[in-house]
Design a protein around this ligand. Structure first.
Ligand code: CIZ
Length: 255
């Protein structure tokens, strides 16, 4: 078996030879984050790659992320190392389903979450991330109807904080949906001094008992600024690698 470190050296050598840039999503494992040129959220990474003069983008993430990078860098070749890496939530709505929904609400503005296929994005008026969904929704005139797809949990959260009525789709992230309020309560009992940080793809019940609701990018920046020393993290486990690496003196517990 080839050691991780040997493989990493080989990957970095090939990357230089072919003028590629390696983007690694916050959710990826440590050994993949180790070889990254950039680590971040899907939009941030795609924006960074667009600014480089690399000819090839290697996107260590899922399909919709590679598509996003390709949309922002149409002249670059985008490679997805694990070609079957998909996002179940993105697969929960198709372009034709969105077209049917638009027919039912012809005057509505469509806001789609970045966790969606390029075809669904093409049917939408605006695209948002979990970090800017509230701002994007508030940019739509108050008298306009808004369709928000595909994540029902992010949609409910954004409807609440913006006080806007959103027409929602029943998409969700199975990983965040697998978390229950009991998991959070259990983690709080085990770590009574810890704060709870949840991703907005979690259920409204979990968000209601969380101290902060943050996208992956917001988790990294908030962690560096805040004085909170012990944090229960309610999102994909790969996020822990990034947080532990950037904040070695803090304690993190995966919900
Ligand atoms: O936009 C992203 O990269 C995802 C999937 C989540 C987030 O909160 O950053």
């Amino acid at each position: 078996m080839i050691e991780d470190s040997e493989l990493q050296k080989e990957i970095i050598k090939i990357k230089k030879d072919i003028n590629a840039v390696i983007l690694v999503h916050n959710y990826e494992r440590d050994e993949v984050q180790d070889i990254a040129d950039y680590i971040g959220d899907s939009l941030g990474l795609s924006r960074q790659a667009a600014k480089t003069n690399a000819k090839i983008i290697v996107f260590c993430g899922v399909y919709f992320m590679a598509e996003t990078a390709s949309i922002l860098s149409p002249d670059k070749i985008v490679l997805l190392p694990e070609k079957d890496a998909g996002c179940p939530m993105a697969e929960m709505i198709t372009a034709s389903e969105l077209r049917s929904l638009k027919k039912q609400h012809p005057d509505a503005t469509v806001v789609c979450y970045v966790n969606s296929s390029a075809e669904v994005k093409a049917e939408s008026d605006l695209c948002c991330t979990s970090a800017n969904a509230d701002k994007v929704v508030l940019s739509v005139a108050p008298d306009k109807k808004i369709i928000f797809v595909p994540d029902i949990n992010l949609g409910k959260y954004v409807a609440k904080i913006t006080n806007r009525n959103l027409i929602l789709w029943n998409g969700y992230c199975p990983t965040h949906a697998a978390l229950s309020t009991e998991d959070i309560i259990k983690a709080k009992k085990l770590h009574p001094f810890a704060r709870v940080w949840s991703h907005p793809e979690c259920s409204p019940e979990i968000l209601n008992i969380s101290d902060r609701i943050l996208s992956t990018g917001q988790m990294t920046t908030t962690c560096q600024k805040s004085e909170e020393e012990e944090i229960i993290i309610a999102t994909e486990m790969g996020m822990m690698c990034r947080l532990v690496r950037d904040n070695p003196h803090k304690k993190f517990y995966l919900a």
